[in-house]
Design a protein around this ligand. Sequence first.
Ligand SMILES: [Zn+2]
Length: 218
Amino acid sequence: MAPGITDQLLRNNERYAAGQALHEPAHPGQQKIQPAKRLAVVACMDARLAVEDLLGLQTGDAHVIRNAGGVVDEDAIRCLIISHHLLDTNEIVLIHHTRCGMLAFSDDLLKAGLEGDPAAEQLLGRATGRRFTSCHAASATPAAFHAFRGPLLPLDAPHDDQARERLQWDVRRGISAILNHPWIPTSGPDAVAVRGFVYDVDTGRLEEVEHPGPMGSV
Ligand SMILES: [Zn+2]
């Protein structure tokens, strides 16, 4: 595969981390519908991630798909299929980040709290510093919240090696989900390249996650 634009994005990120503003506001409607950099980004919704800025992207350059965690869930896959097959993107960048809220709870804990488990309510309240108010009702949807695998951390806990490992596991799960999807070609003439990163909210820097690698163990 020819060298793509992701390496250029990493050079942009170095400048961003050093304090340069890279995203320039553009008049709306002047760009083509196809992303100019043929890029799709899947990133966490965290308010501290200025995705266009930290990658040095301009209006019209990329699809930016965001959700809690930046997880490659069914909806992200849906977006990536449309992005590639209909709108001509051929590089995918996954971005998780340090201090992510998805390290601070588990799917079971959040569901129990929402359904009315008083111990879960207390734990969630303590973790977030916000009184957790149960809805006292069960629901089949969402089927999953995709909280990251591993022992829970306090919300916004300082980054450490264990958190790094957990973030890397989930980035690898995302890369793996893309590589294994039958409708996202990652070899052959129509191949899409995929790379994954952890963004450090304290330094502004991206750290690449190698794949394959450990996927975590309970
Ligand atoms: Zn996050």
